[in-house]
Structures are given as C-alpha cells and as structure tokens.
Design a protein around this ligand. Sequence first.
Ligand SMILES: [Zn+2]
Length: 258
Amino acid sequence: MEKHGSSPKRSPSLIAETLKSIFTVLVVAFAVATLYTAAKPIGLFSGEFSARLAEAVKSKETPDEGWPTATPRPKPSIGIVVGHWGDNKDPGAVCPDGLTELSINQEVATLLQQRLIAAGFGVDMLKEFDENLAGYQALALISIHADSCTYINDAATGFKVAESRYNPRPERTARMVACLRNRYAKATGLSEHQSITADMTDYHAFDEISEETPAVIIEIGFMNLDRQILTQNQALIAKGIADGVLCYTRNESITNDQ
Ligand SMILES: [Zn+2]
C-alpha cells in the first residue's frame, strides 16, 4: 500500500526527471542540429559562389542580378571615336554617289566594338565631339576616320596612324601606333600613306582626354582608290584595328611575327 501508495507520490518526480532528461537531450540535439545546418549552407553557399565566380570569369560575362556580392570588378575599357558622328559642322567626306565617310566609320567602329567586347574589354562608343571626351580615361582611345573620296593621284591609297604632336605619354602611344601600323597593314594588305597632316597630330580629342589615356587617330583608307575594301570588307578593316589594339594591350611582339 505504501509502496503502491508511494508510487503515485514518486511518480510525478520520475516523470519530471524523465521530461527533464528528454528536454536536455532535445536542447542538445537542437543545438547540434542548428550548428550543423548553420555551418552546412555556408559551406555549400561559398562552394556554389566560387563555382559561379569561376564560370563568370571564364565566360567573361557580366554577372546577373542574382549575385550575392556587390560590385563586380569593372572591365578595362577602350574608347572608339566614330569619326564625324554627331558633328553637324563637318559631316565628313561624301562621294558623288552619296557614299559617306560617316557610314563607313560607323560600320567599322561597330565591328571593332564587337571584336573588343569579345576579347573581354568594355567599349565606349563616342561621338566626334562627345561630352565624355573631357578627361576621358581608358586603356586606349582610337578615333576612326577615312580619307577623301576625291581622286587625287594614283598614290592616294593606304592608311595613316597618328598620335598627338604634344603627347604627354610618348612611349606608350608610340607603341600603340607601331602595333596599329603593323597589324593593320598585315590584316588589310594596305600600305601606309606617308602624309600625316596637322589635322591628325592636332586632332581635337587629344587635348580633351586625360593625359593618362594613350590616343591615336587612324585614317583607314581613301574612299576613292580603297573604296572596295572600305565598303565591302569592313570586317577586315575592323580586324586590323582590333589586332593592333590587342598587340598594344597584350604587349605583343611587333617585329617577330611580321
Ligand atoms: Zn574624317
């Protein structure tokens, strides 16, 4: 009776002890589970993040909005001035049949832009007197123009590349000029026309951009005698300029692979 009677008496404390033990076990289990699950996603997350980062770097694509971290590193950029674009005072050369220098410059600049983007660069397409030219900073700036459509003489064929007469970065720009001369001639088969004028060496954009930005102007050919390549093989023209820019940015050898 006492035993029996004591049972109900001891029972509540036994239940309490048991509940306490169960509770302790649950608390420990919960704590362990929390630690485990908390640790696990971080590991998974960073693994997944690294994989995505590696993939994005590999494909050179701009990361999408799903990226968990802020501000990917900006791409190095190259500026292209599309000769006469937006210039009402000087719309550029025009042939008797209506072919315009501007249309050639635009076509070549667009193809060049595609090539440079494919090579991993950011590209700024600039008008002739673009407001962004003021203090413009980039790996390089190239202005694209074409020469007169008027027949001058049989020697009025070929291209020209010039840098500023007052170049504050002579060694870097000289290298870019050398790269462009070499690669452009190689890609297009055109030779260099030795007639660089003050229009080129005193080109307005040279004075507007940052002194840190090496800049050149290229006359891609004469619209009269070089009309065929300028209108029918602009891809080759763009390749020649792109190869020249890449030769410069990648510090490639100029003479060895001629
Ligand atoms: Zn022009």
